[in-house]
Design a protein around this ligand. Structure first.
Ligand code: ADP
Ligand code: 5GP
Length: 199
């Protein structure tokens, strides 16, 4: 069976978590690889489910041991994809979903090339992004400013992705994401055909 790998990137606040949660609920074979981060948990976030929350010292050790497929400094914290966690998902035959920033996206393009599907999620404007971040109520003024500043940088990576989903109305955006997800299963490179097709 062919491995299915999805790399999803979005400026913080664009709705990536909301949309991914819906997609993984509808398609249980799609497994989110839980990243490791030095960021402090937000209210409601669960260790091992949303992230493996860790210290700078442990993160340093994980880098030294070569445990990360990729890692990056983002919004004054560090985030990394554990190679073991990602490979375990594929080894059990599930589809792998990686939620990373643009630096992670670049590293994973080097790692997987065209074996992975690269999806970018945007809001219709930066004003909408600001409103969403404010309405989420998880950021203080300083981290809000950092995230909005980084959003402009993130958007420069858009042309190197395969698909873009515009998260205006949530239900509509979800339908768009689902269409992309479904279409990815029909890529020629991922779909060896029975020889009889050519006879
Ligand atoms: P991200 O994971 O990309 O940082 P979230 O999924 O946390 O973003 O979404 C940011 C905020 O915007 C959350 O409060 C979420 O409920 C809200 N949100 C997401 N999508 C929409 C949408 N289409 N319309 C209105 N609010 C949305
Ligand atoms: P947040 O702090 O809002 O949960 O995430 C901030 C950013 O970190 C998001 O853009 C998210 O995609 C990114 N991120 C989460 N996990 C990883 C990871 O393992 N590697 C990389 N490069 N980025 C990650």
């Amino acid at each position: 069976m062919n491995e299915m790998i999805f790399v999803v990137t979005a400026p913080s606040g664009a709705g990536k978590t909301t949309l991914i949660k819906r997609l993984t609920a509808e398609y249980p074979r799609l497994s989110f690889s839980v990243s490791t981060t030095t960021r402090k948990p937000r209210e409601g976030e669960i260790h091992g489910l949303h992230y493996h929350f860790t210290t700078d010292e442990v993160f340093d050790e994980m880098i030294a041991q070569g445990e990360f497929m990729e890692w990056a400094h983002i919004h004054q914290n560090r985030y990394g994809t554990s190679r073991k966690a990602a490979m375990e998902v594929l080894a059990r035959g599930d589809e792998l979903l990686l939620d990373v920033d643009m630096q992670g996206g670049e590293a994973l393009r080097r790692e997987f090339g065209t074996r992975a599907n690269f999806i970018f999620i945007v809001t219709p404007s930066l004003d909408v992004l600001r409103e969403r971040l404010m309405s989420r109520g998880t950021e203080n003024p300083e981290s809000l400013a950092i995230r909005l500043g980084n959003a402009k940088k993130e958007l420069t990576a858009l042309p190197s992705y395969d698909f873009v989903v515009v998260n205006d109305d949530l239900d509509r955006a979800y339908e768009e994401l689902k269409s992309v997800y479904t279409a990815c299963h029909y890529r020629v490179s991922l779909r060896p055909l029975h020889p009889s097709v050519l006879k």
